[in-house]
Ligand binder design. Sequence first.
Ligand code: ATP
Ligand code: MG
Length: 256
Amino acid sequence: MIVWTVANQKGGVGKTTTTVTLGGLLAERSERVLLVDTDPHASLTYYFGIDSEQLEMSVFDLFIKGKNVKKEEIIQMLCPSTIEGLDILPATMALATLDRTLGSKTGMGLILKNALEVLSDEYDYAIIDCPPVLGVLMVNALAASSRILVPVQTEFLALKGLERMLRTMELMQSSQSKAYRYTIVPTMYDKRTKASLEAYHRLREMYGDRVWTSVIPVDTKFRDASLAQQPPSTYAPKSRGVFAYSTLLTYLQQKR
Ligand SMILES: Nc1ncnc2c1ncn2[C@@H]1O[C@H](COP(=O)(O)OP(=O)(O)OP(=O)(O)O)[C@@H](O)[C@H]1O
Ligand SMILES: [Mg+2]
């Protein structure tokens, strides 16, 4: 199983949209996909029409069960989606308490990695959607994945946040003795504005080939898809936004 994490401490940059769209596209390419929602706000969970407040189990229970969790127990936590081959490990509000209750306990950073290893025969890909917060959940997500996708809004202020995010990742990298591979994904690119163009050039200048060679355009279909509670790849398969994510997916699959 290949595990990707979608992370950026900045809110509203397209993390959940990236996770959902890539997940939908992977399922279309006949891959078995698990999407993991680690955001207490449960946006990804709601995206699939799953009412987080009604759930009896969620990713939170992984942290309660700890390292010796059994495969059957994890399978009970999963929700199917309306798309064949695409399942969700949902989030609940309870996740918001994790940092306070378990954050400082040792061994808590590898809970998600361990759980995904237990499930590794069941799926070809897992994509983890992170909350815009650096805490025990993001630490878990980073440790579990082989590649990190960092969506960055193509505007000047977003670049500042990116520097901070990458520095944090480097710090964590030294504590986990693991080199993260990451791909910066420019999002919400508006070709009519100078700010978008400049931000994109600046990204390329600063981060070189760690920046994806293309961009995700601004596309209102993404918001419409989330309102319709359908992945963009199903809701608007011919939209330019979905086309851009499809190009990104091919790029990532070649990189591995
Ligand atoms: N390329 C895009 N063009 C236009 N709107 C977009 C695009 N990508 C995402 N959006 C919209 O922007 C909003 C924020 O996107 P999203 O929820 O994916 O961000 P996020 O990084 O997950 O946010 P949070 O940090 O709150 O979890 C949503 O309403 C989404 O539909
Ligand atoms: Mg989100």
